[in-house]
Design a protein around this ligand. Structure first.
Ligand code: XMP
Length: 318
């Protein structure tokens, strides 16, 4: 019988036997999967697990420092690498969604590769790959659906690194990963976190990316997410976020005409992200959130709510 406790016991024993005294490197994303994988490995090999948490400059507001602190609090051997400038540089003047993903994927590999090379005699690369990722990457070799957007969770690093791969969650579904995390006493703040794409806010800023656009979207997103939490709606939504549109629209403030950015809010219900329905958020919530965004975030004068389901409208706008 599968239980989270027996999974933890058996996996920790198996990892000990497999890894012995070897060093292992793992990239933390802040998400559920890599975090649970890290805690399992930490239980098995302790300080021989070297975690790397990269700031790509496209995370949510304050996420880099707060998540890094959380990881340190869990006792993980974790190194934070702030590579924001490098990523923003790689994205300069890039507008095409797939080119953005490529630029980010390449920058990530470079940064991670540099860091991994600093760990003397590292033998293994650990990944938080779960069963649906395995299926998706298989279909990516042939299936038409996988070429709609290239996701960068699976695939890993260039093989010149010669690291062996260890993936302790490979047989699990998302809900099982959460149960495993809970049985190891992980914070429900991490376990209940909405999915967040690897390319981060880059694919929620339509068109080219500038530091100013990132700042605006971080502020907008923070108001939206904080309000979802304070209205007890966060856990009822599968994923939520804001999109910065490449559109200015006319507004009026006092007796001044404004010509500023428009943002779209998106909140969806889903089980696996393959299909999704927009969430019927209360009008009062939308009203209050929209007012707060427009009052607080300089440069935004209009908020719209995305009422499109997937298919055909994907969750991310890019
Ligand atoms: P879409 O937009 O395809 O998103 O409906 C489905 C789920 O996948 C996430 N997503 C990504 N995750 N790299 C990722 O790691 C990506 O390039 C990427 N694109 C979309 C999206 O946030 C949603 O959860």
């Amino acid at each position: 019988d599968w239980t989270p406790d027996s999974f933890v016991d058996e996996t920790v024993e198996a990892l000990k036997a497999q890894l012995g005294n070897d060093k292992v490197v793992l990239g933390l994303s802040g998400g559920v999967d890599s975090s649970v994988a890290a805690i399992l490995l930490h239980k098995a090999i302790g300080k021989n697990l070297y975690c790397i948490f990269v700031n790509n400059g496209l995370l949510r507001k304050n996420e880099y420092s707060s998540v890094l602190e959380q990881y340190e609090g869990m006792g993980l051997n974790v190194k934070g690498v702030d590579a924001s400038a490098r990523f923003l540089d790689a994205l300069k003047d890039v507008s095409d969604p797939e080119l953005k993903r490529k630029a980010i994927g390449n920058a990530f590999i470079e940064v991670f590769d540099d860091e991994a090379h600093l760990i003397e005699d590292v033998k293994w690369l650990a990944q938080g790959t779960i069963y649906p990722d395995v299926i998706e990457s298989v279909s990516a070799t042939g299936g038409p659906s996988a070429t709609i957007k290239s996701h960068h969770n699976v695939g890993g690093l260039p093989d010149y690194m010669k690291l062996k791969i260890v993936e302790p969650l490979r047989a699990l579904f998302k809900d099982e990963v959460r149960r495993v995390g809970a049985s190891m006493g992980m914070d429900k703040d991490i376990l209940g976190r909405h999915p967040f794409p690897g390319p981060g806010l880059a694919i929620r800023i339509l068109g080219d990316i500038t530091p100013e656009k990132v700042r605006i979207l971080q502020e907008v997103d923070a108001v939206f997410i904080d309000n979802l939490k304070s209205w007890n709606l966060y856990d009822k939504v599968w994923q939520a976020g804001a999109m910065l549109l490449p559109v200015n629209s006319v507004g009026v403030m006092g007796d001044e005409r404004t010509y500023e950015k428009c943002v779209a809010l998106r909140a969806v219900e889903s089980t696996d992200g393959m299909t999704a329905d927009w969430v019927n958020l209360p009008y009062e919530f939308l009203q209050k959130t929209s007012n707060e965004i427009i009052n607080k975030v300089k440069g935004v004068n209009r908020v719209v709510y995305d009422i499109s389901s997937k298919p055909p409208a994907t969750i991310e706008w890019e």
